[in-house]
Structure formats: C-alpha cells, structure tokens
Design a protein around this ligand. Structure first.
Ligand code: GLU
Length: 436
C-alpha cells in the first residue's frame, strides 16, 4: 500500500512556488498600477466558493481508493463561472484557486460574459483503467452537482481530461437531473452538443496571438522556427497550425523526454504517430533532447504547453527565443519572468495566449442554449475576432502604461471586472482612486 496522504493547501507545487501567491501578487501590483483602491484587490484576491469532495472508487482489484477533488469559483459578476477540470497528481487547493482567478481574467480580457472557475482531481489518470477513469469522472460530477449547471458554473476539459470524459460527465449530470442539459459542460463530443472547432480552439488561439506578435516584431513567420514543451491537445494543435503557416518546429518534448530535428519535424507524421497511442518523445525520425536543452535552443518562438513553473530561474537564462507564447497556464515563475523581461523577449501571457479554448467553449454554451449550431468557419471567424481584440487591448495598455505584456493583461482584465463591480454596486466611486 502506498502513502495515501493527499496534498494539502500548505503543499507547494514544482520549484517550491505557490501559484495562488503568484497570482495574488500580480493582482495587487496591477491594482496599484491602475491607481485603484486596495478594496478592489481585497474583493478579487479570494475565490467566492470552494468545494472539496471525496471520491471513493472501487478499483479493478476490488479495493476502494478514495480520491480528492475540488471545484473552485472565483467571481460571477460578469456571468456564470467557467473553466476546466484537470486530473493530475499535483492538483492542490492553491492550484485550483489560482487557476480559477486566471479564468476570470481570461474571460474579462476577451469580453466573454463569464466568470472564472476551475476543478481538479488529485490523480494520475495514466495509472487508471478506462473503467476506473469513467467511474472517477462520474463520481466527481455527482459530488459537484449542487454547485454547477449552465447558469451557475460550466466545466470543460483541462490537463489530462478529454471530450470522451466530458461525455461521461454530462451523461451523469443528465441522468441525475432527468433530462438533457447540454450547456452544463463544454468540450464534449460534437454529436451530443459539442462545438465544431472546440478541440482545435486553444491551439488555434495560441497561433493567432503568435501571428499578431510576429507582426509587432516584424518577423516573417514562414522563415521562423519554434520549440514546443508538451504535446497534448494544446501542444499538438499549436504545432499543426504553426506548421501550416510555414513555421519550422525543431523540437517537441513531453513528460518522458523530447525530440529534435535541425531541418524541422514532420508535424503531420508526428501527430499521426501520437494519435496511434505513442509518445511524441518516442518518434524515431529525430534525435532525442532533454527538456532543459529544448529551452535553450536557437529558435524564434518558444511555446510552453504543459504545466506551471517551467520557465524559472534555471531555464530562463538559457532562452534565446524572440517570442515566448504561454499556451499553458502559469508556465513562468516571477523570477523567470524578470529574466525574460531583461532579455526583452516578447511574452504572450497565458491569460491571453491560451484563451481560445474558453472562447470556443463560450460559443458552445451559446449554441447549446439556442439549440442551433454554427459552421466551423463561423466559429473560427468569431474566435479570431475575440483573440485579436484581446491582443490589441493588451498591447495598447502595455504601450500606454509602459509595462510588460503580463502586467498589461492583468490590468485589462481587472479594468473590465471593475466596471461590473461598479454596475452591481459592489464598489463606490472612492474605490476607483488609489489609497494614497
Ligand atoms: N481549460 C481551459 C482553460 O484553461 C478551457 C476552459 C473552458 O473551456 O472553459 O482555459
């Protein structure tokens, strides 16, 4: 029997950094820079609701294993809360809290009428059989049912969760409620109300922001190179769309290792190879490379598309890219960030870069409530409008305030939320001026 102690709030994630503390510091700094009162930070710094659930599952060997899950809702003044569910051994209370705040900011930046939410289960899904995974997914949804629903909080996929799992989850919810409620979850299979383009949406959005950044930097993408950390849904879709623009992808890594090819990897072949159930790092048409070495490659664009705290004081000094596109949530530590700034690297911050996923999730939810479905072309067009709007708002803020892109992103998001706080009477005019 292994050690069954679950992680608690005091546990720290990779590199000894706590994402909830990181997001809080950035919120406070941004409220100050916007010359708003500290009362605004006081409202935003804590999620409005957090639920912890126990998830007993009878495993295939007959034993019961009791997993721990969370659902966290940050603020719902712009609309119902929304955000994914991750299945990962490093899930913790502070991680879901931070992720829920990031979701609020993403929706605010892209002008979506939604608040931020996030869920997670402490588990390594690779260790579970399909039956165990299905039972765990269904049990999780049963346990969080009292606080979710299309008008309350709408989950979606995140790290290690898939459309198939969303299918099990909606089925469980519908069985409990006794009728079909397609808008309770997004990222589900298209046949049961999923949106066309949702699977590709995060990667498509990442590449749209890279396109915009390249324009600012006057870079010709068809002559550029890239490296990607992580080859899950987001990493592989980002690779696909970059490849279509003529960007040469020299390296890709995953949890088990990495691959490198000086002339550029054959991305369609690599995607097919991974679809067949293989790991990207096992692709034999390339040399192997470590995660650390990948960060130091001579490439124009570096894309962290895995988990938190990957660009840090150890990896950041070696980065040579002109653009860092944060496809993952929270991939850069404050120390890493300072190093990127010093090197004048153009950072596309996570709360903009990966917001294409929640944007098409929003479209899915809208289509579910109309019960009328748009073409993929229409969805991609609307996605592009939102991503470009978000990028331009942040760039304008960066130039006006003479700050870095991440800070500008927080400021744009906070400003938008503040308007709703004001309209609902949560704050007074005096809160719109700084404490000094
Ligand atoms: N998990 C994704 C994110 O972090 C998507 C959330 C959603 O579609 O609601 O943005």
């Amino acid at each position: 029997m292994g050690n069954k102690r679950d992680k608690t709030e005091s546990d720290l994630t990779t590199h000894g950094l706590n994402p909830y503390k990181i997001v809080n510091d950035l919120l406070q700094e941004s409220v100050e820079k916007l010359k708003l009162n500290n009362n605004i930070y006081e409202i935003l710094r804590k999620p409005m609701r957090l639920l912890e659930v126990s998830l007993p599952v009878r495993m295939d060997n007959g034993e019961i294993q009791n997993f721990t899950g969370y659902r966290c809702q940050h603020i719902d003044i712009l609309g119902p809360t929304k955000g994914g569910i991750r299945f990962h051994p490093d899930v913790s209370v502070d991680e879901v809290k931070a992720l829920s705040i990031w979701m609020s900011l993403k929706s605010a930046i892209l002008d979506l009428p939604l608040g931020g939410g996030k869920g997670g289960v402490i588990v390594d899904p690779a260790q579970l059989s399909e039956r165990e995974l299905e039972i765990l997914s269904r049990t999780y949804i049963r346990k969080i049912t009292p606080i979710i629903g299309p008008q309350k909080d709408i989950p979606a996929p995140d790290v290690n969760t898939t459309p198939e799992m969303m299918g099990w989850m909606i089925d469980e919810f519908d069985q409990l409620r006794g009728y079909n409620i397609p808008g309770m979850i997004t990222g589900k299979p298209v046949i049961i109300g999923g949106s066309l383009g949702r699977l590709e949406a995060t990667g498509r959005g990442v590449v749209l922001t890279i396109r915009e950044a390249a324009e600012v930097l006057k870079m010709d993408l068809s002559k550029s190179t890239a490296a990607i950390q992580g080859f899950g849904n987001v990493g592989s879709m980002t690779a696909k769309f970059l490849d279509e623009l003529g960007v040469k992808i020299l390296s890709v890594t995953d949890a088990k290792g990495g691959i490198y090819k000086k002339e550029g990897l054959n991305i369609p072949e690599l995607i097919d190879f991974v679809k067949e159930g293989n790991l990207a790092s096992e692709f034999s048409e390339a040399e192997s490379i470590s995660n650390e070495d990948m960060f130091g490659l001579e490439v124009d664009i570096l894309i962290p598309a895995a988990i938190e705290n990957q660009i840090n004081k150890d990896t950041a000094p070696n980065i040579k890219a002109k653009i860092v596109a944060e496809a993952a949530n929270g991939p850069t530590t404050p120390e890493g960030d300072a190093i990127l700034e010093e090197k004048e690297i153009f950072v596309i911050p996570d709360i903009l870069c990966n917001a294409g996923g929640v944007t098409v999730s929003y479209f899915e939810w809208v289509q579910n409530s109309m019960n009328y479905y748009w073409s993929e072309k229409e969805i991609n067009q609307k996605l592009e409008e939102h991503m470009v709007f978000g990028f331009e708002s942040i760039l304008k803020m960066r130039d006006e305030e003479n700050c870095r892109m991440r800070q500008a992103a927080y400021m744009v998001g906070i400003n938008h939320i503040v308007k709703a706080l004001s309209a609902r009477g949560w704050i007074k005019d005096s809160d719109l001026t700084s404490n000094e």
